[in-house]
Design a protein around this ligand. Structure first.
Ligand SMILES: Nc1nc2c(ncn2[C@@H]2O[C@H](COP(=O)(O)OP(=O)(O)O)[C@@H](O)[C@H]2O)c(=O)[nH]1
Ligand SMILES: [Mg+2]
Length: 149
């Protein structure tokens, strides 16, 4: 099994994170238009969670991955994730990833946690690309759940 699929709205930092998780720093990411396989990480376009049309496609894509990571940014205005969305994937480990914590405060993070909880995800991790320790912590969690280094 590969490690993790990153799923979340557009511009939340999925592609940047996918590269960092695979040890690739300073990669300039463009808008993701198709699913991209980056080592053991699968990076998906925002449309995969924003439009129901893509849900079935996503269900096929995740088959060979252990974890689904739902990514939301610390500060957001208008993000909708269907309630209990994650129940569509009963056999996967689910984690929430709150990005861009460098531009938010505790209240913003609580709002993210509430959004992720509503989507059916209890376990959440906070990261910022400017805080290498936060990325390492997330890497360790992913390795723990996949028994892979
Ligand atoms: N401040 C801040 N910006 C970030 C962080 N992670 C990503 N970004 C920026 O957010 C923008 C969108 O990132 P991208 O990885 O393309 O998002 P995606 O559409 O979800 O794949 C880019 O300008 C990134 O540099 C972070 O932790 N903090
Ligand atoms: Mg992207």
């Amino acid at each position: 099994m590969k490690k993790i699929v990153l799923l979340g709205p557009q511009r939340v930092g999925k592609s940047t994170l996918a590269n960092l998780l695979e040890g690739k720093k300073d990669v300039l990411v463009d808008k993701t238009v198709v699913p991209e396989y980056i080592g053991d990480v699968l990076d998906t376009p925002g449309e995969y969670i924003e439009h129901r049309l893509f849900f079935c496609r996503f269900q096929v894509l995740v088959a060979e991955y252990s974890i689904i990571g739902v990514v939301v940014p610390c500060k957001f205005d208008n993000i909708y994730i269907p309630p209990n969305f994650i129940s569509m994937f009963p056999n996967k480990k689910h984690i929430g990833i709150i990005t861009k914590t460098d531009i938010g405060d505790k209240q913003d993070i609580e709002k993210c946690r509430a959004l992720l909880n509503q989507a059916g995800i209890d376990e959440c991790y906070e990261i910022s690309i400017y805080d290498p320790e936060s990325i390492q912590r997330l890497k360790n969690i992913i390795d723990k759940y996949t028994n892979k280094k």
